[in-house]
Design a protein around this ligand. Structure first.
Ligand SMILES: C[C@](O)(CO)[C@H](O)COP(=O)(O)OP(=O)(O)OC[C@H]1O[C@@H](n2ccc(N)nc2=O)[C@H](O)[C@@H]1O
Ligand SMILES: Nc1ncnc2c1ncn2[C@@H]1O[C@H](COP(=O)(O)OP(=O)(O)OP(=O)(O)O)[C@@H](O)[C@H]1O
Length: 286
């Protein structure tokens, strides 16, 4: 660990369920979901500079910096708040991309929150969430920083308390494009709305799961394997799967026996994002 660099967490999320209730005229889907924030994720570091340039010093293979949601988020905030300063950014990526665990969206949200603080923009979280929504439907939940029920395209959020569980998150080594799933004619789009008070894991599902299992045998086989151990489901539009445990040790035991070709990690569900814990610490020190 490099102690001279101040790392900001960029947590993963799980969709504990994902119901698709319909489609808006712009093609986006109307959904209901429970976003569970996790205590594990990527990390980002920001070094404020006096020139306006935004530089990502650790590019992601296959993602040009100009298209990286981190750089896009920094630029948007810079324009929105008329900031004259710039920054150098470093990313330590551990979350698989295209996994349905929100890596890119979370990176964008951490960038908005950290630079709002470091550039002293003083924008509210709601303003940051509105900026974030233009980058992706999953950015607002990470900006608001609370485990939450979501509806609309995922931006209408109601904070939720979920009993603390330990999750084994498994990446079956295939990337699933969110756009590909949402444009598939076979995707079910007519689940009835539920009321949050009635939420129970067993009474919910992920409307994308069957379609992705049909198209990606790795996902289907890994899900079947996980279900032998614990209640399990796909998150988002895949390809990651999660299994729910009441103890960390049980989750670690199953991780140790993952089928070859899969990778995974164990994380604990949190009600509040670790980014917000960091902000609170910074605010209490200032
Ligand atoms: C399905 C979820 O993963 C649940 O967490 C998200 O809502 C997806 O969020 P995201 O990756 O931030 O999504 P975006 O980058 O905004 O959109 C990716 C693609 O998914 C489609 N999309 C996304 C969200 C939504 N409610 N309906 C959609 O149809 C968009 O048309 C787009 O083609
Ligand atoms: N900082 C970033 N981290 C990851 N992906 C990024 C980033 N910036 C841009 N991208 C692009 O976004 C795509 C989706 O990545 P991401 O990790 O957000 O997917 P995901 O986990 O499926 O997200 P979601 O759950 O929000 O659908 C990547 O394939 C990549 O091309």
């Amino acid at each position: 660990m490099d102690h001279t660099v101040d790392w900001w967490p960029s947590p993963a999320k799980l969709n504990l369920f994902l119901h698709i209730n319909g489609r808006y005229p712009n093609g986006y889907h109307r959904l209901q979901s429970l976003f569970q924030l996790l205590d594990k994720g990527d990390e980002l570091a920001f070094n404020v500079t006096q020139q306006a340039d935004i530089d990502l010093l650790t590019p992601i293979d296959g993602v040009p910096n100009e298209e990286n949601l981190i750089v896009k988020a920094a630029r948007l905030l810079q324009q929105h708040a008329d900031v004259q300063q710039g920054c150098d950014i470093q990313l330590r990526k551990i979350l698989p991309m295209g996994g349905g665990i929100g890596g890119g969206s979370s990176n964008a949200a951490t960038t908005l929150i950290a630079l709002n603080h470091l550039w002293k923009c003083n924008l509210s979280l709601t303003e940051l969430a509105d900026i974030g929504l233009t980058l992706g439907a999953d950015v607002p939940v990470f900006v608001m920083g609370k485990t939450a029920f979501a509806q609309g395209v995922g931006e209408q959020l109601t904070p939720a308390h979920v009993a603390q569980k330990h999750y084994l998150v498994v990446f079956p080594q295939c990337h699933v494009s969110t756009a590909e799933v949402f444009t598939d004619p076979d995707l079910p789009r007519n689940t009835a709305l539920i009321s949050w008070q009635e939420y129970e894991f067993d009474q919910t599902h992920n409307d994308c799961q069957q379609l992705v299992c049909n198209r990606y045998p790795n996902v289907a086989n890994t899900l079947r394997w996980l279900l032998e151990y614990a209640p399990s489901r796909m998150t988002g539009t895949g390809a990651c799967l999660f299994a729910v445990f009441t103890s960390n040790q049980e989750a670690e035991n199953v991780l140790a026996n993952l089928p070859s070709g899969c990778s995974g990690f164990v994380a604990t569900g949190v009600d509040v994002s670790p980014v917000h814990d960091k902000l609170a610490r910074l605010d209490s020190n200032s």
